[in-house]
Each structure stands twice: as structure tokens, then as C-alpha cells.
Design a protein around this ligand. Structure first.
Ligand code: FES
Length: 100
């Protein structure tokens, strides 16, 4: 298992997978929700955001590439998949630590 500074908040994972966010490639822990992956990339801004983490506020919505269309998903309820392409983020998803 890969060491992280806050290992307790992540679902168990063996490796990192690549995803694209607004055209840039990042590695995030497999077997976790997209929102946890965003937190992995930008711990402070996501931890401090006004988010419910349980599917109610809908503020964590992001849009993923789905063929040649975009599909809106709730990032706290959507598991990451290798190769996922996130093309749009709601205003609440501020990935400050990676300058997104
Ligand atoms: S964080 Fe509220 S619905 Fe995902």
C-alpha cells in the first residue's frame, strides 16, 4: 500500500490510476470516489469546501467525457476509473493545490 499523509480517509488501494482533469493528467488512488481523489490532489481546499459528502448537496458535481458527450456525475458517489476524463467542475470543486 502506498503511504499518504492522511491514509485513514481513503478507501484501501494498491495503486494509483491516471485520470485527466481539464486536459491535465494526474494520478489518484484507485477504489476511491472522485471526490476523495480530488481531496488526494488538493487536501486543504477540498477538506474545507462546503460539501456534504453524502449525495445531498449536489455541489460536488463534475462532468466526465462520455463518448463525444459530457455526462454529469456526483463525485462523492462516483468511483474513479482508470482513464476517466473530467471536462468540467462545479464551482465548489476548487483544486487549488494543483492550480485548477
Ligand atoms: S458532496 Fe454533497 S452531493 Fe457530493
Amino acid at each position: 500500500m502506498i503511504e499518504t499523509s492522511n491514509p485513514d480517509i481513503f478507501a484501501p488501494y494498491e495503486r494509483l490510476v491516471e485520470i485527466k482533469i481539464l486536459g491535465r493528467v494526474f494520478e489518484v488512488p484507485e477504489n476511491n470516489t472522485l471526490l476523495r481523489c480530488f481531496q488526494y490532489l488538493s487536501m486543504d481546499s477540498i477538506s474545507q469546501a462546503d460539501l456534504c459528502w453524502n449525495g445531498e448537496c449536489l455541489s460536488c458535481q463534475v462532468w466526465i467525457k462520455n463518448g463525444d458527450k459530457e455526462k454529469g456525475v456526483i463525485s462523492c458517489r462516483t468511483k474513479v476509473d482508470e482513464g476517466m476524463e473530467i471536462v468540467r467542475l462545479s464551482d465548489e470543486i476548487d483544486l487549488e493545490e494543483i492550480n485548477i
